[in-house]
Design a protein around this ligand. Structure first.
Ligand SMILES: [Zn+2]
Length: 614
């Protein structure tokens, strides 16, 4: 009896402590026929979706995103904007009031599902705001595929956030989040996040899309145009075909992307050029004095793709399109929608480089943006700053490419409004806190990692992350695993402090005692996050001598870093608040000393880190 009970308990324990099994991901193949009524900003849609369940679970329901249902008065997005008030996304408001609250009926967005079938059988579906729940007629067994067919019609909303018609620069249609898209399913279950204005997640998919639209429109899209000789804008020898309704059909395909997006305008021009060892780049925009900088951006874009390929792994798709559209900048598969008018070439390229970098951190390395926004926005911001620093070198020398991000982080910490980066992207109370948690702290995560493990190791980590996880859905544990493997260090403590808490780093030079031929230095840890410490002195003859004080939790000490060759000192236990050491220089030999001359350490109060020796 006793033995049997023990056996049952053991069995239960085994079931409930089951670990995530081998990696898999779901796959979708969309075939869509779209007929646009440009005069009325509506379209009719037909979709055939072949969906493959690679998970070990049998699926009895499926979920689809209907993002455009957010663009109405009283929608979940409207409620969120209203309850957030001035702390919310300013683009969704006018003077703190939701723009959706007063949207006229004829300008609302909608995706109206007429019917959906599975393998020819009618399915019951329930629309829950921006999510559609579908009861399946036949469960989808592990390692098997099913086919959904669907018809729907849609109202293209007035452009308020990302998608929509008549944006402020006069682009007729920004067609993003525009079709019923099956939700991602993984170990965490269905990713059924409501659309309240921020991030997206989806399974990898192939697209084969026919778009029928009035023949005077030009389309820009993330994908390959299969019939450039039959439509306007892409080939000088084109013989534009159109039907009795004066409409042309555009045939687009794309493979292994998360989301197919397009935009249409009658005044678009299409420029293209091919990057050596890179993609064919399309610039789709309204050419005018206001967008003259796009032409100047071309050589910078070439440098950019080459630098990104060398730093983070090769761009995998045949083309990439920068399309004028939307309300700021937003990334999609093989393209971005960005506003076209910019004050300077730096501003335009900054936006292009940011959205372009999402091709790596969101698209190729397809993290879940809703659950871990810091991994896509943060890593993207890191790549953007690195590229801007190299391609537009700062006029005044900077100690590293990230001083702007670090200053922004320090400033926000002082407001006391910081929220942990681990929070779900859509659930931050304060819009600024979301930005800092996702963009700035995600970027600073990599800056701190470079400081801890050394820049050469960080570079290896980024390349290994790409090679193990390209065209997959990694999580933060997968990234941390690689960081620990490459560096040999234990980094769990850092990951936890930086992502799950709002504790800060704050060190200082507490005391300096000058002897006749040496100097005793005492450092203090006044903050909540322990870190290894780089310490340097500058001698009177302008020589920099560097020391490294390891922190015991890493267990393996930093060996090299592009910012200095170090003499490694005795480790500093994380439990100890002060640390003293002696250097073989007298006061007369020294001109300055301090913590981290590279200024990568995200110390919230860096003024007490340096001492000028007088
Ligand atoms: Zn971004």
């Amino acid at each position: 009896m006793k033995i049997r009970l023990l056996f049952i308990l053991t069995l239960f324990a085994a079931v409930f402590s089951a670990q995530q099994g081998p990696y898999y991901h779901q796959y979708a193949k969309y075939k869509m026929d779209i007929d646009v009524d440009a005069a009325n900003f509506t379209y009719q849609g037909k979709q055939t979706l072949t969906y493959t369940n690679n998970s070990p679970e049998e699926l009895k329901v499926a979920y689809f995103h209907l993002y455009w249902n957010a663009f109405r008065s009283g929608s979940i997005m409207d409620q969120r904007v209203q309850s957030q008030g001035k702390n919310g996304d300013s683009r969704l408001q006018k003077e703190g009031i939701s723009r959706l609250a007063s949207i006229p009926k004829e300008q609302e967005g909608a995706q109206n599902i007429h019917w959906i079938k599975q393998n020819g059988k009618d399915l019951k579906f329930e629309i829950q705001g921006t999510v559609m729940k579908v009861e399946l007629a036949e469960p989808i067994k592990p390692k098997s595929s099913t086919t959904f067919t669907m018809e729907w019609d849609a109202n293209i909303p007035m452009q308020i956030r990302r998608a929509g018609r008549n944006n402020r620069e006069g682009i007729d249609m920004t067609m993003t989040q525009w079709y019923p898209k099956i939700a991602e399913y993984d170990y965490d279950g269905w990713a059924t996040f409501d659309y309240v204005g921020r991030e997206f997640h989806a399974p990898f998919a192939d697209f084969d899309v026919n778009i029928k639209i009035d023949k005077d429109y030009i389309i820009g899209a993330g994908g390959t145009l299969e019939n450039p000789l039959e439509v306007k804008g892409y080939n000088a020898n084109a013989n534009v075909k159109f039907d009795q309704n004066q409409k042309s059909t555009w045939h687009w395909t794309a493979k292994n992307i998360l989301d197919f997006a397009w935009a249409a305008d009658r005044d678009y021009s299409v420029d293209s050029f091919t990057i050596l060892d890179g993609p064919k780049v399309y610039l789709v925009y309204q050419k005018s004095e206001k967008t003259a900088l796009w032409e100047q951006a071309k050589p910078k874009i070439t440098q950019y793709f080459q630098l990104m390929n060398a730093s983070f792994g090769k761009y995998v798709y045949p083309s990439y399109a920068f399309i004028q559209g939307g309300d700021g900048g937003m990334e999609y598969g093989m393209c971005t929608m960005i506003l076209g008018e910019a004050k300077t070439l730096e501003d335009l390229c900054g936006l292009m480089f940011h959205e372009g970098a999402h091709s790596w951190f969101q698209q190729i390395l397809a993290t879940n943006e809703s659950m871990r926004p810091w991994m896509d926005e943060g890593f993207t911001s890191y790549a953007e700053d690195l590229c801007m620093y190299r391609i537009f070198p700062p006029k005044n020398p900077q100690p590293n490419p990230f001083t702007g991000a670090l200053d922004g982080y320090r400033k926000f910490v002082k407001t006391g409004k910081e929220e942990p980066a681990v929070w779900l992207g859509d659930h931050h109370d304060d819009g600024r806190a979301y930005s800092v948690a996702s963009y700035t702290k995600g970027e600073t995560y990599l800056i701190q990692l470079g400081y801890i493990v050394g820049e050469q190791n960080l570079s290896l980590i980024m390349k290994e992350y790409y090679s193990q996880w390209k065209l997959k859905h990694p999580t933060d544990r997968d990234f941390l695993h690689i960081a620990q493997q490459i560096s040999g260090m234990d980094l769990k403590w850092f990951h936890h402090y930086w992502i799950n808490t709002t504790k800060n780093i704050d060190y200082s030079v507490k005391n300096v005692e000058y002897g006749s031929n040496s100097t005793k230095i005492t450092l203090a840890n006044n903050g909540g996050i322990p870190m290894p410490i780089d310490f340097s002195v500058m001698t009177k003859d302008k020589k920099v001598v560097s020391y490294h004080i390891p922190m015991n939790m890493t267990h393996v000490w930093k060996q090299k870093d592009i910012y200095g060759g170090y003499t490694t000192l005795e480790f500093w236990p994380w439990t100890q608040k002060e640390y003293s050491f002696t250097i073989p220089y007298s006061k007369t030999q020294l001109s300055a000393l301090g913590i981290d001359f590279s200024q990568r350490l995200a110390d919230v109060n860096p003024v007490d880190n340096f001492v000028e020796v007088k």
